[in-house]
Design a protein around this ligand. Sequence first.
Ligand SMILES: Cc1cc2nc3c(=O)[nH]c(=O)nc-3n(C[C@H](O)[C@H](O)[C@H](O)COP(=O)(O)OP(=O)(O)OC[C@H]3O[C@@H](n4cnc5c(N)ncnc54)[C@H](O)[C@@H]3O)c2cc1C
Length: 619
Amino acid sequence: MNPANKRKLDVIVVGTGLAGASAAASLGELGFNVKVFCYQDSPRRAHSIAAQGGINAAKNYPNDGDSVYRLFYDTIKGGDYRAREANVYRLAEVSGNIIDQCVAQGVPFAREYGGLLDNRSFGGAQVSRTFYARGQTGQQLLLGAYSALSRQIEKGTVKMYNRTEMLDVVLVDGKARGIITRNLVTGAIERHFGHAVVLATGGYGNVFFLSTNAMGSNGSAAMQAYRRGAYFANPCFAQIHPTCIPVHGDYQSKLTLMSESLRNDGRIWVPKDKTVSEKLRKGLMKPTDVKEEDRDYYLERRYPAFGNLVPRDVASRAAKERCDAGYGVGATGLAVYLDFSTAIQRLGKHVIEERYGNLFQMYEKIVDENPYETPMMIYPAIHYTMGGIWVDYELMTTIPGLYAIGEANFSDHGANRLGASALMQGLADGYFILPYTIQNYLAGEIRTPRMSTDAAEFVKTEAEVKERIKKIINIKGKHSVDSFHKRLGHIMWEYVGMGRTRESLTKAIELIVALRAEYWKEVYVPGTNDEFNPELEKALRVADFLELGEMMARDALNREESCGGHFREEYQTEDGEALRNDDKFMYASAWEYKGDAAPEMHKEPLNYEFIEVKQRNYK
Ligand SMILES: Cc1cc2nc3c(=O)[nH]c(=O)nc-3n(C[C@H](O)[C@H](O)[C@H](O)COP(=O)(O)OP(=O)(O)OC[C@H]3O[C@@H](n4cnc5c(N)ncnc54)[C@H](O)[C@@H]3O)c2cc1C
């Protein structure tokens, strides 16, 4: 587009995580007028800051045979052949540019002694292609994106709205033309116009209540778009991460991830003998008392080719299988060991400290055990959502002019995301894909003048938002928002969690429908709309989780196969691996909102032209 025309166009970006910050900065640099929103007090507090382990790119610096094709292949295979081929290829193609961009911004990636960028390995790959900054990769990348964003804010191309939450999308003649927001400090409801709207609002893992996500992460923006006509794709594809600190009590509200990078050097095991596990559970023995020959390194045993670096879904199920069979450790029996003693002997403590120092420190602070001396205890937990708003190759949703990028969309990871691929996808979308694809749409908008937000559509949508807020505040029931969220989380983990069955999913739908009805009668939201009111923020988000949870269960019920993170117990191989049904389910499911009726599912067939579809094998 001609630069003079870009100046005439306004783009709204909701979200300042890696996807949103990079998109807003790039669109500003290109000359568009950008308005960017986040609910935190600073863009730098977006959930992306939590990312630990690293970011993938097909640079082949270690000369171990990596290539664009290989990254593309690993990602499709890792996602169990449920991602769109063209999108994933494009992702692999731009992966190298991301590293160059970030290095140019000054992101302090780890370097080898000689000064070259260092790489490590992540699950689902036999090459080292993960760039990292200790265990703080997300933070460093976000500081890079934030500095690019700040530069545009200073230049006046980007206007930043902190502490502002989008509560609805405004459609004019079927096209996205703006959003309605709430100022989280004053409660003021405001209208904003844009020629196009980009959602970079992250994932919905917190539907499970306990997850590794930031406490504020939610699925509301996606649900608002869904209720306005954007399809929601593969909602049931949620990722369970194998290496999290196990749940330790009923009053816990957050789970902590121990990065997948730890599986580079840590070895996962449980005792070979159940009676030893029992002694460990009762505290009658210490893990360091268990002799080498009495340890079952079950991932190395079952998957000799990939060992401890099998993909997350495979490692999570294997941990659950051992714990369910009675070999689990820790007070609850729901934990396995991640042991660094071999690596410390081989490399020395200082090397392990350099690689993972902050993670070890975090573990010690939470568990009060020194992981250099005794193995860590880990267990799978909800971590990432591969499902999200359906987008086409241009990253546009089914609503013209409404885009979705980063974790908020469903695009690249199929049924299972490989570690270090979310940061890659978020930054690919934000720096290199959306800023160009969106112009194909905006080129048709250069004659559309800026609209007044007094237009009837804005007024009507705002009135609907206010009505929803009024309704929820006026319930004045007896139970807190969190109590409902926790109950929803229990239902999700129990019946829509790591192992799903027709029976469990049917039950989940029943329970969620009942819980939702109770919520709208019994929830208590203190205070008013016209003030700082975090309970109100949560109440609106949990209302959306209650709809989203049901959609996830419906999607999981429909998908009568196991693939990636979606494990239907009825569909497994003899040795307990996921069993796909390509004849019937090689499609992305895209759900359309139908008001009070059940949503309607559309199928996007997946055609593999460049990759041979096989049973996944990491043996
Ligand atoms: C503990 C942890 C470690 C991880 N480590 C890695 C790793 O090492 N490598 C990797 O590749 N991936 C990792 N991931 C995954 C990765 O961090 C995320 O998928 C990714 O950062 C998501 O980025 P995003 O920009 O899409 O969304 P987010 O970073 O979640 O940002 C969402 C933004 O949207 C805004 N927002 C949301 N809703 C609204 C609304 N209604 N109104 C206004 N603003 C809104 C928020 O304020 C925020 O700015 C990790 C995840 C976790 C939980």
